[in-house]
Design a protein around this ligand. Structure first.
Ligand SMILES: [Zn+2]
Length: 265
């Protein structure tokens, strides 16, 4: 029998598996993104005391105890879950639920290299906390940028993916290509075209853990942040080959009024 592992985690996805069991996806400090079977979890009456009593809901943080899978592709076995933060401030705000669920989707798809799993957990935790505390999309954009790099697909915000020259006043993402293209090299269908000032700001943006606390951050431009978020989401969708089904609900919820004509691809 493999030895049980105990570590911090954030719940990314919950699927009912049978009448009594669920399959959950967790971002763990020790093993990165893993899928676990939680046997019997749906049978526990709400008021009993049990290690699995606390709700195992998407975005909740908690300490998990599990038996790792013996082979790739198998499920680990969840033996205990102790919730440490059920995110009450996120759960009472529809917009924040949408964007944090989108981050859970991105994290599930991106994973992280083995040596960065603990770091990814800290970055996602900080992002969710900052979102709970303030309304800005800045931590979200910082996390999307971080997740792309952690998955090995950092976006070059300074040079054209084709001619390798410094980008001009604007740059575009194209359908069926990866990277940013200058106006001279953009021949396909443009998914999004953004101003160089947004790209320079994005290039300088640190990871969520290296941002000042929300109260100390400079006021943000919601239009620029929304465009930066879209740019990174389209890039992640292309490189991870995932649908990221919450992109459209995110766009519908967060699109600033001035962007309505341009948005929603
Ligand atoms: Zn070019």
């Amino acid at each position: 029998m493999a030895e049980a592992v105990c570590c911090d985690s954030i719940c990314l996805r919950v699927l009912d598996f049978s009448e009594t069991s669920q399959v959950v996806t967790l971002l763990t400090a020790s093993h990165g993104v893993i899928r676990l079977i939680a046997k019997g979890i749906r049978r526990i009456p709400k008021k009993t005391f049990s290690p699995l009593m606390a709700p195992l809901d998407v975005l909740a943080a908690g300490q998990v105890v599990f038996i790792p899978a013996r082979q790739d592709g198998q499920l680990a076995t969840l033996t205990a879950w102790d919730v440490t933060d059920h995110r009450p401030l996120i759960r009472r705000d529809y917009k924040k639920i949408i964007v944090t669920q989108l981050l859970a989707e991105v994290t599930t798809a991106a994973g992280a290299t083995d040596d960065a799993t603990g770091e990814m957990l800290l970055e996602l935790e900080r992002t969710i906390r900052d979102l709970a505390a303030a309304d800005s999309l800045r931590p979200v954009v910082a996390y999307l940028k971080y997740a792309a790099s952690a998955a090995g697909y950092g976006l070059d915000m300074l040079r054209c993916a084709e001619c390798k020259k410094s980008l001009g006043l604007h740059a575009s993402l194209q359908r069926r290509s990866v990277g940013l293209f200058c106006d001279g090299c953009c021949r396909g269908e443009s998914l999004i075209r953004v101003d160089r000032r947004i790209l320079s700001a994005l290039h300088r943006l640190p990871s969520p853990c290296n941002l000042p606390v929300p109260a100390d951050q400079a006021p943000a431009d919601p239009v620029a942040l929304f465009q930066a978020a879209q740019l990174l989401l389209f890039h992640l969708r292309a490189v991870l080959d995932e649908r990221l089904r919450l992109i459209t609900p995110f766009q519908l919820t967060y699109c600033p009024p001035s962007e309505w004509s341009a948005a929603v691809s």
